[in-house]
Design a protein around this ligand. Structure first.
Ligand SMILES: CC(C)(COP(=O)([O-])OP(=O)([O-])OC[C@H]1O[C@@H](n2cnc3c(N)ncnc32)[C@H](O)[C@@H]1OP(=O)([O-])[O-])[C@@H](O)C(=O)NCCC(=O)NCCSC(=O)C[C@@](C)(O)CC(=O)[O-]
Ligand SMILES: NC(=O)C1=CN([C@@H]2O[C@H](COP(=O)(O)OP(=O)(O)OC[C@H]3O[C@@H](n4cnc5c(N)ncnc54)[C@H](OP(=O)(O)O)[C@@H]3O)[C@@H](O)[C@H]2O)C=CC1
Length: 408
């Protein structure tokens, strides 16, 4: 069938958008063009910029996208150098940020400049696990307790007879059961190497369910996610127990750098943080006791192929700021739930992989897991930079001016 005829049939609905590959001899690049041109014809519009891109649809359709029509382009800026004194990330890093918010990159860049001049950011990973919490319907709470007890006593057995069947890097490290009436939620904790791990732990959890259903025939596996994982929703569970990397970035900035580079004082930053990020957030019932973790997490996630829905959990966390005995400024960000990877998912899309390569962390690390840990330290340090600069701007009454000059 001629291309124009296929387009006509897509426009009039005879061929569904997701069926186009069949008429393009499996050529996913051609199918992408056909879908886009059908939309242009149907609505009388041009999608020229959506259709102008370098990546090959044959590499992403069936792995990262369906019904592809083209690519969205988001401006990408760079902040840094930022000195990280981490346990995995050691040295100066440049951080790619994809955003359409004017002033954001400038702000993060200013924070990087101040932190680097102050000697850098110390980062500490205090938790590292990806979780999935399948839901089982039991005859009663007694049975739920019995199943939970058995699972807790048989983690190695489940690793050998379920998890190892479907992954080389996924390791079952623990489980916390929650019982509500006759419902059992098993919040499994996995190590996932350099991958964020959601596919890995989901596929692994399904294998575990098969073992449990066989051992306990009167228990019904109802849902692979019982919403106690917790994936992509604001929640207390991850805030308290962590998910992905749980990490702290902190620094002491000498008074003269605060005054010269950030145009305010340690006292004012500490006071604004207390009354805004702590008291204000408490009154709002917010999980974000911070100014804008989500801005920096979001810009890095979009640049590097992370799962953008997990910006939700990345926005959780607490910013602290206090004046030291020497009169300098101590600042820290505590991030309970940073779900990131340097391999798998969207990290294999070419522009995203290139962005990771700017930080020297694309792909798997040696040993496995070290690239993802390094990435978490870089992100947390950059979040600290953004927090510091925004708090300073608010303290100095420069926020509106900045966005008038750079954001309009
Ligand atoms: C805009 C600045 C940085 C000016 O800040 P400044 O101190 O007036 O700028 P400067 O010209 O004196 O330069 C100081 C440093 O800023 C950086 N800088 C300065 N200009 C640029 C630029 N064009 N491009 C790149 N970097 C720039 C650069 O690093 C430079 O230092 P150097 O590296 O030269 O030693 C400052 O006013 C600022 O950071 N404002 C805050 C803006 C911000 O953070 N916006 C995003 C958050 S707004 C939002 O979405 C969240 C919110 C507010 O709604 C959340 C909430 O409710 O709290
Ligand atoms: N399924 C779901 O319910 C959900 C899925 N997602 C999506 O999941 C995707 C991310 O899943 P994820 O499991 O991270 O990625 P992948 O599904 O791409 O799995 C990672 C792959 O990389 C391999 N690998 C090679 N080297 C390493 C290494 N050093 N460390 C870890 N893995 C390595 C793994 O092999 P092996 O497995 O053999 O170890 C595995 O095949 C994202 O696209 C996200 O959007 C998000 C939320 C929910």
């Amino acid at each position: 069938m001629e291309i124009e005829e296929i387009i006509e049939k897509v426009v009039n609905g005879e061929i569904k958008l997701h069926q186009v590959e069949k008429y393009a001899n499996g050529d996913k690049k051609l199918a992408t063009e056909i879908r886009r041109r059908a939309l242009e014809k149907k609505f009388g519009i041009t999608l020229e910029n959506i259709g102008h891109y370098s990546l090959d649809p044959n590499r992403v359709i069936g792995k990262n996208i369906e019904n592809m029509i083209g690519v969205v382009q988001i401006p990408m800026g760079i902040a840094g150098p930022l000195k990280i004194n981490g346990e995995y990330a050691k040295g100066e890093f440049y951080i790619p940020l994809a955003t359409t918010e004017g002033a954001l990159v400038a702000s993060v860049n200013r924070g990087c400049s101040a932190l680097t001049a102050a000697g850098g950011v110390k980062t500490t990973i205090i938790g590292d696990k990806m979780t999935r919490a399948p839901l089982l319907k039991c005859p009663d709470a007694r049975k739920a307790r019995e199943v939970a007890q058995w699972v807790m006593e048989n983690l190695e057995y489940l690793q050998e007879n379920a998890v190892s069947k479907v992954t080389r890097h996924g390791k079952l490290k623990g489980v916390t059961p929650y019982i509500v009436g006759n419902n059992l939620y098993l919040r499994f904790e996995f190590e996932t190497g350099d991958a964020m791990g959601m596919n890995m732990v989901t596929i692994s959890s399904e294998e575990i369910m098969k073992v449990i259903e066989e051992k306990f025939p009167d228990v019904k596996y109802l849902a692979l996610s019982g919403n106690l994982c917790v994936d992509k929703k604001p929640n207390a569970m991850n805030f308290i127990n962590g998910r992905g990397k749980t990490i702290i970035a902190e620094a002491v900035i000498p008074r003269e750098i605060v005054e010269k580079k950030l145009k305010t004082t340690p006292e004012l930053i500490a006071e604004v943080n207390y009354r805004k990020n702590l008291v204000g957030s408490a009154q709002a019932g917010s999980y974000g006791f911070n100014a804008h973790f989500a801005n920096i997490v979001g810009a890095i996630f979009l640049a590097t192929g992370q799962d953008e829905a997990q910006i939700t959990e990345g926005s959780h966390g607490i910013t602290l700021a206090e004046v030291t005995e020497e009169g300098d400024l101590y600042v820290s960000v505590t991030m309970p739930s940073l779900e990131i990877g340097t391999i798998g998912g969207g990290t294999r899309v070419p522009t995203q992989r290139e962005a990771l390569s700017i930080m020297g962390i694309a792909g798997g690390g040696e040993p496995a897991g070290t690239n993802a840990k390094k990435f978490a330290e870089i992100i947390a340090g950059t979040v600290l930079a953004g927090e510091l600069s925004l708090l300073a701007a608010i303290a100095a009454k420069h926020l509106a001016k900045a966005h008038k000059e750079l954001g309009r």
